[in-house]
Design a protein around this ligand. Sequence first.
Ligand code: SAM
Length: 320
Amino acid sequence: MIVDRLGRRFRNLRVSLTAACNYACTYCVPDGKRLLRAENELPATKLLKGVTMLQQAAGIDKVRITGGEPLVTPKFDEFLLGVMELPLSDVSLTTNGQLLPKKKDVIAESGLSRINVSLDTLNPLRFKQIARGGDLETVLSGIDSMLELGLKVKINMVPLRSQNLTEVPMMLDYCLDRGIELRFIELMRMGHLLHSNNFTSEFVSMELLLDTIGEHYEFARTDAPYDSTAVRFQIPDRGVFGIIANESEPFCRACTRLRLSSDGFLYGCLSSANKNYIGDLLDLPSHLVLPKLQGILVQALGDKKLAFQGEVTVMKLIGG
Ligand code: SAM
């Protein structure tokens, strides 16, 4: 097992199936252009081999499928069915939900038990303004279909001061009524936001968020597992919500995440541009892959920062 001086090791792997996305969210894509096709991406078989090798080399036991938008790529079905066959303790999926109605059957067949859907607003017009792709009704019917299948659903919302902060109570009601855990993701200084005034003007801190929620609900902070990214709160008799308080309460010192991008790079830290290409390694027989991979993992673990400093790399390229 590779462990650093803070006791951090890699346990959670995020696999970005593609950098392509059917949205162009304002905080992720500055020019508003959707990336419909991405180049030089690894096929599902290679990404699956990557997962297996990283399981053996780093002790990965949790995998999150992400992107870009993982449901837009034809390799989604093969990857999902394949990864569900591996001896992992947890597999989850992060999606914008636009294609969930179409992917319902393969998700049911795979046995996936939980899913995170990113949704920043319940207002159709504002949805178009923020996501700049897709439509709200389809996402909501996709969420319903996942609940019907019995999946545990979480919704990820990025609160933005001028765009959806007033919707926080409504989003919370929507989720609490359906047994969904709402997770607020503090805006992160990624991509174009790293050096932009928009970050400062749109950022909503955990303090402001809790003040806003406190006007409508009573809540108490609950314990969260060691390497959980979210700070969680219980609303008595209603349910739970969480905040991924990257800026207000950074969790870097307990981070166990490793990222594999769709074009074959390993990233040890969201706040570092350092990356290592493993696409060619994955063509070798497994016994030759392992020692090389271990050397790369030592470097990747060394890239982990003590606090999030922002990064010019865009989330959709390395899997949010
Ligand atoms: N397309 C999928 C989705 O929408 O869930 C997966 C990829 S997306 C990059 C993953 C998550 O990252 C989404 O919830 C999105 O809102 C979030 N995200 C992207 N850029 C962000 C930023 N600068 N700050 C905070 N969250 C961000």
